[in-house]
Design a protein around this ligand. Structure first.
Ligand SMILES: Nc1ncnc2c1ncn2[C@@H]1O[C@H](COP(=O)(O)OP(=O)(O)OP(=O)(O)O)[C@@H](O)[C@H]1O
Length: 212
């Protein structure tokens, strides 16, 4: 089958002489979700940072649509939306200003209408212009997640997207993930939460090296 997304071949990474993963192989195609599971410290974030092009602490190959990431870094990053487990927002800026910044980095101009709709969708209608430091942890997380609806991408890499999100919000996010996959997007995520996802999805447990 043609690779329409990510392919990871014989990936190896270590930290302080401790092997995080070795001979890790998997594919993630368009229209699929892959969960990276494993206990604290097993290397989930390290793996996601490698796949987001933020870390070169690895050996092995990472391919996007059949070609090496290094040979098409710019094109790959244009297709990728990475949301790390940190706050991902500037606390002194409002959600609107943070998202304007994210959109500008992707070359999107005149994005206010899109941003306002995204903030409304994530439940931040009425909070658009409040500084983020005055928002709750869950609201700050929602401001970061609003990028899902502003930044065009075919691959989402999400590190603990449910952190600080209330129960209803978790169900909403699961629906957003499902919609994205149904529309042909690909998702790689970590979560300690038991994922309630309407389609089939794959899980790789870094605690027990696995090839999928
Ligand atoms: N900046 C760093 N400097 C040194 N060691 C690091 C650094 N970042 C991560 N590590 C080490 O790499 C290992 C894997 O960390 P990583 O954050 O990838 O784990 P994780 O599976 O995402 O954990 P968690 O479930 O707690 O988020 C840990 O042992 C950690 O101590």
């Amino acid at each position: 089958m043609a690779i329409t997304g990510l392919e990871v071949k014989q990936l190896f990474s270590e930290r302080d002489d401790r092997v995080l993963f070795s001979d890790l192989c998997f594919q993630l195609n368009a229209g699929q979700l892959l969960q990276i599971a494993g206990p604290n410290g097993s290397g989930k974030t390290s793996l996601l940072r490698i796949l987001a092009g933020l870390s070169s602490r690895y050996e092995g190959d990472v391919l996007w649509q059949g070609k090496s990431l290094q040979r098409q870094r710019h094109d790959y990053l244009q297709q990728l939306l990475y949301i790390g487990h940190g706050a991902g927002i500037k606390a002194v800026l409002s959600p609107l200003e943070n998202l304007r910044w994210s959109c500008a980095l992707r070359g999107l101009a005149d994005s206010d209408a899109l941003i306002m709709a995204a903030l409304d969708k994530v439940g931040l209608g009425g909070f658009e212009e409040q500084p983020c430091f005055s928002l709750s942890a869950g609201q700050q997380r929602r401001a970061n997640l609003a990028r899902l609806f502003c930044i065009p991408a075919s691959l989402w890499i999400l590190d603990e997207p449910f952190t600080a999100i209330d129960q209803r919000g978790v169900a909403e996010i699961e629906k957003w993930l499902s919609d994205f996959v149904s529309d042909g997007g690909a998702i790689l995520l970590t979560t300690h939460h038991s994922l309630n996802f309407s389609q089939d999805f794959k899980v790789i447990n870094l605690g027990a090296a696995a090839n999928v």
